[in-house]
Unconditional design. Structure first.
Length: 189
């Protein structure tokens, strides 16, 4: 059941990260977003166990919470970059996109982390521990979003500027493939 839910969110992320164009379809970016979530989960759990935190059954919800926050952060970054002028240089587009996305990701990440760390004061040990794991996970997710995912988006913008398909030439990169809605959703842009 847990694997199916994570798989469903993964498919959603991979499909809806871009658009129905083989050049703007971002399945690789969706995969990197999920990799960032996995890295955040493992690193934050490792740090929490390193300092002596204990886990309980409620900790099974942590991956779902991190996927929700992480995928949202990645969508915000992608959307902010997409709203920049496509004729600008890649560096300028990343700068403008991260100015807008970075502010909202920073505010939401640190308020979420602060709320979870305040939850550590709970007298219920399982809830206190879960809040500690979540707070560390949100901070780790923030750093993977602004480092790993943002760096990958530079590569993604270069790929798009070269008019290469998302999978760099595999059979599904044709604009008339079923993955790209058989070309019905494409615009002149």
């Amino acid at each position: 059941m847990v694997g199916q839910a994570i798989g469903l969110v993964s498919v959603y992320c991979i499909i809806f990260m871009g658009s129905c164009s083989p050049i703007h379809f971002r399945s690789a970016a969706g995969g990197i977003a999920l990799l960032c979530v996995a890295l955040s989960f493992t690193s934050s759990s490792g740090i929490a166990y390193l300092v002596g935190a204990k886990s309980a059954g409620i900790h099974n919800l942590l991956p779902f919470m991190l996927i929700g926050i992480g995928v949202d952060d990645m969508f915000v970054i992608s959307s902010a970059i997409d709203q920049t002028n496509p004729r600008d240089s890649i560096e300028k587009r990343m700068q403008q996109g991260m100015i807008h996305a970075g502010a909202s990701i920073t505010i939401t990440s640190f308020t979420n982390a602060a709320a979870f760390f305040l939850g550590c004061t709970s007298s219920i040990d399982a809830l206190s521990s879960f809040c500690f794991f979540c707070g560390l996970g949100v901070i780790a997710l923030f750093f993977t979003s602004i480092t790993i995912f943002s760096a990958f988006m530079v590569w993604e913008l270069r790929r798009q500027a070269q008019k290469k398909g998302d999978c760099c030439g595999a059979c599904c990169c044709s604009e008339t493939s079923i993955i790209c809605c058989k070309g019905k959703c494409l615009t002149e842009k």
